[in-house]
Design a protein around this ligand. Structure first.
Ligand code: UT7
Length: 321
């Protein structure tokens, strides 16, 4: 017995930045960004902070699941970094929502949601939890070099959350990592220790990416992982109601779609309005579908993500309410 998703939530920052805004500061164009990525706008945190949108998404998920803060056994936040390095974002959310349970962050880059689900699965199976809250919240704008056109146009900020209850909704989960950093990384920047020479080369704290290598990794990983998940569960591609794939590039979604020979409406998208929100992209998608009443009891959802590390993860979840 593991879990089912009992409720979803999300929160999106107010500031909308369209592709034309980047034309004013960089040698780029709406035409390039749209045709190469599918992204038209993204949302950035301006007046708020990450804790605020993470907490809002968390409260939305609890309300949607009709789970009270007092019933929570664990809070897991998947994030590259919260507003503070310490305390964790999970502890800040815990304070905001008034919960009283263990809380910690994990970082599996854009695959964070699947890793958090895998961790939650273990807690439920070990009998250590009845209710777990997962929040995926990212402030990518803090890690973007706005003079680097090859990365800064791709990402956005946002938060998505799920409330999990003990149950039978999880049908399959598989996570992986390759121990690789060169194609996608954000370096740490601070070291003021005066007793040794420091190598601060490239230590600027911004996203660095070899886009083509990550693109190839994404396409091969997602297609292979989906194939493996379907085979292991004796499912055909048409048995899945929705494929919720990490929202990095429209062309990655299209490649997966043509590989599976499934219609495009089975591949929900939010990258055109939100950009790549890293770990938050799949839970935000899930919340959008749930709130639009597009998921029914018994539907099978296949989730697949990839990201820095290089990490990857795939899950099949049956909707249970
Ligand atoms: O969630 C994290 C995972 N990240 C991803 O999954 C990203 C995966 N990669 C991608 O989505 C794509 O590789 C990108 C969208 C990042 C880049 O698209 P691409 O088709 O692979 O372009 P490219 O890197 O091969 O660059 C083609 C050209 C280059 O110019 P030259 O060398 O051909 O003259 C780039 O300098 O496009 C240029 N370019 C741009 N031009 C206008 C790169 N960025 C831009 C830009 N505007 N913003």
């Amino acid at each position: 017995m593991s879990f089912f998703i009992a409720g979803t939530g999300s929160a999106i920052p107010d500031l909308t930045v369209d592709n034309y805004s980047f034309e004013k500061i960089l040698d780029t164009s709406d035409e390039w960004i749209t045709t190469r990525t599918g992204i038209k706008t993204r949302k950035f945190i301006s007046d708020d902070n990450l804790t605020k949108i993470a907490s809002l998404s968390a409260q939305n998920a609890l309300d949607n699941a009709q789970v009270s803060k007092d019933e929570l056994d664990l809070i897991i936040c998947a994030t590259l970094q919260g507003d503070y390095i310490m305390p964790s974002l999970a502890c800040l959310v815990q304070k905001d929502i008034g919960a009283n349970c263990p809380a910690f962050d994990i970082n599996a880059a854009c695959t964070g949601f699947i890793y958090a689900l895998d961790l939650a699965d273990s807690y439920f199976k070990a009998g250590k939890a009845q209710n777990i809250l997962i929040i995926c919240a990212e402030q990518m704008s803090k890690f973007l070099d706005f003079s680097d056109r090859s990365t800064c146009v791709l990402f956005g900020d946002g938060a998505g959350a799920v409330a999990l209850k003990k149950g039978d909704g999880l049908k399959y989960i598989d996570i992986a990592a390759q121990g690789d950093f060169e194609d996608l990384y954000i370096s740490g920047a601070r070291n003021n220790m005066p007793f040794a020479d420091k190598n601060t080369e490239n230590q600027n704290g911004y996203v660095k990416m070899n886009g083509q290598n990550i693109f190839k990794f994404a396409v091969s990983t997602v297609t292979q992982d989906i194939k493996k998940a379907l085979k292991k569960n004796k499912l055909k591609s048409q048995d899945i109601k929705y494929y919720l794939l990490h929202q990095a590039n429209q062309r990655i979604l299209e490649t997966s779609q043509s590989f599976l020979k499934e219609p495009s409406d089975k591949f929900p998208k939010n990258l055109q309005t939100l950009g790549n929100t890293s770990a938050a992209s799949i839970p935000i998608l899930l919340d959008e579908l749930n709130r639009a009443n597009k998921i029914s009891k018994g539907d099978l959802l296949l989730l697949s993500a990839f990201g820095g590390g290089k990490t990857a993860g795939t899950a099949i979840i049956q909707w249970s309410y």
